[in-house]
Design a binder for this molecule. Structure first.
Ligand SMILES: *[C@@H]1O[C@H](CO)[C@@H](O)[C@H](O)[C@H]1NC(C)=O
Ligand SMILES: *[C@@H]1O[C@H](CO)[C@@H](O)[C@H](O)[C@H]1NC(C)=O
Ligand SMILES: *[C@@H]1O[C@H](CO)[C@@H](O)[C@H](O)[C@H]1NC(C)=O
Ligand SMILES: *[C@@H]1O[C@H](CO)[C@@H](O)[C@H](O)[C@H]1NC(C)=O
Ligand SMILES: *[C@@H]1O[C@H](CO)[C@@H](O)[C@H](O)[C@H]1NC(C)=O
Ligand SMILES: *[C@@H]1O[C@H](CO)[C@@H](O)[C@H](O)[C@H]1NC(C)=O
Length: 386
């Protein structure tokens, strides 16, 4: 039984290739932009088209001028809002059934309706629940991302009114992903992003296209003064059988603990959330320093070995630690990278991706939040010199 896409597209008329796709196969939609208008990202490396050809419902608004800042991406300047209808869907056509795609929706309220109210609504991809969007800070940007195998030649992204405010959206992106990447993703399961973190940059820029050819968004992540930021300027080539293709710009920076032999971070599930959540985590490593010393560490989740061997990132060789089987069943997850007794150097970490595993066939009307808090533990200092 095909459970996906049993809903009829809200508006299939004229969703032509105009404004859809470029040589990268990207579809970049600035929701709420007047028909035929385009906008650019701050770095002007990507162009967004109006959403007029992808949806027939809703009303365009500009966000309130007080929220427009020089560092705010222009895609947030306007929104499309859906006062009527329980379920309003964008339809992106001309895809290839069976291929892998990344879909990202962004939101910034910016008091566009002058009501200055909190709003909560659901996002669906096809008929599958994707994420609950909870906007309580009007100036904060919210990003939802899912990587999935498209079962047919189009997708629908739907905003669902759950009685807690008027759904709205700022932008919608679709990016084709090579099919061998993210092996946890197949026709029966998708990955919903929790965080994608680039450890150790000294500035606060989000790395995306063209540094990342798939336009994934890598947030800067550091933990001063407990972690030292380190980097190399050498370009890091991905190997042909790399399953994640973390971009060079992300791998070029890393963190190393200060005065400690451990890197530790944790996340936990909101105790009020009774939904069963399975996580998939990818840890990306790259040894930046050519050294005769030994850097070797273990990786545990909740003190149980996650990777069964001790691990030693090799110079000029990129490694990702990942698991096809998800981790689940806990309220709190603590990841520890701890130097082995033989190691003369502390652990290193270049990037982390954390996802929630979403079963594709499970049609759900779950309004559960899936809200996850992500923390750094920096009060657990070990003296590495000992
Ligand atoms: C939004 O702002 C643009 C430019 O600042 C203006 O041209 C447009 O009329 C505004 N749209 C609405 C719906 O207020
Ligand atoms: C939305 O988030 C706010 C602030 O975190 C929280 O107080 C509220 O309970 C959330 N609402 C829903 C419906 O989850
Ligand atoms: C998807 O991957 C999971 C985990 O490896 C596996 O159990 C499942 O059978 C796969 N589904 C398909 C359709 O290949
Ligand atoms: C690399 O480190 C140097 C020295 O600390 C710093 O000036 C530079 O901004 C860093 N580069 C990145 C990409 O973080
Ligand atoms: C690391 O140790 C040095 C020397 O004991 C101390 O001065 C410094 O504050 C420590 N740094 C952190 C982050 O604990
Ligand atoms: C942190 O990095 C700085 C600059 O690269 C270096 O001087 C310092 O020794 C490092 N500290 C530790 C504890 O590794």
């Amino acid at each position: 039984m095909v459970l996906w896409f049993v809903f009829i597209a809200c508006f299939l008329n004229n969703a032509g290739v105009n404004g859809q796709g470029d040589n990268t196969g990207f579809v970049s939609i600035d929701c709420g932009l007047p028909e035929k208008d385009i906008s650019s990202t701050l770095t002007r490396t990507l162009t967004y088209s109006s959403d007029a050809q992808f949806i027939d419902a809703g009303t365009n608004y500009n966000i309130s001028a007080e929220y427009i800042t020089p560092t705010l991406s222009p895609q947030y300047f306007n929104v499309r809002s859906f006062k009527t209808g329980i379920r309003n869907c964008y339809t992106i056509k001309y895809l290839v059934a069976g291929l892998k795609y990344l879909v990202r929706a962004t939101f910034m309220y910016g008091n566009y309706d002058g009501l200055n109210k909190e709003v909560v609504f659901d996002l669906h991809i096809g008929v599958n629940y994707w994420k609950t969007i909870n906007i309580s800070d009007p100036g904060k940007t919210t990003i939802a991302e899912v990587i999935f195998v498209c079962p047919v030649d189009y997708i629908q992204v739907c905003l669902v009114n759950t009685g807690l405010g008027i759904p709205f959206i700022s932008s919608l992106d679709l990016r084709p992903i090579k099919n061998h990447l993210y092996p946890a993703v197949n026709s029966s399961q998708s990955l919903v992003l929790v965080r994608r973190l680039n450890a150790g940059p000294t500035d606060t820029t989000i790395i995306r296209y063209p540094d990342d050819p798939y336009d994934r968004m890598w947030e800067p992540w550091s933990n001063f003064p407990y972690w030292n930021e380190t980097n190399t300027t050498s370009y890091i080539q991905t190997s042909p059988n790399d399953l994640f293709e973390a971009p060079s710009a992300v791998l070029q920076t890393a963190v190393i603990p200060v005065n400690s032999s451990e890197i530790q971070f944790l996340w936990f599930v909101d105790p009020t959330d009774d939904k069963f959540i399975s996580y998939v985590a990818n840890l990306h490593f790259y040894e930046l320093i050519q050294t005769d010393q030994k850097r070797e560490f273990t990786i545990t989740i909740n003190d149980v070995p996650w990777y069964k061997h001790s691990f030693s990132p090799k110079y000029l060789y990129q490694d990702t630690i990942y698991a096809l089987r998800p981790i689940d069943g806990f309220q709190l997850y603590k990841v520890t990278l701890a130097a082995t007794v033989d190691s003369t150097l502390p652990p290193i970490l270049n990037a982390v991706e954390l996802f929630i595993l979403l079963p594709v066939s499970a049609v759900t009307t779950d309004n559960g939040d899936g809200e996850v808090s992500f923390y750094l533990k920096h009060n657990l200092i070990f003296n590495f010199a000992d």
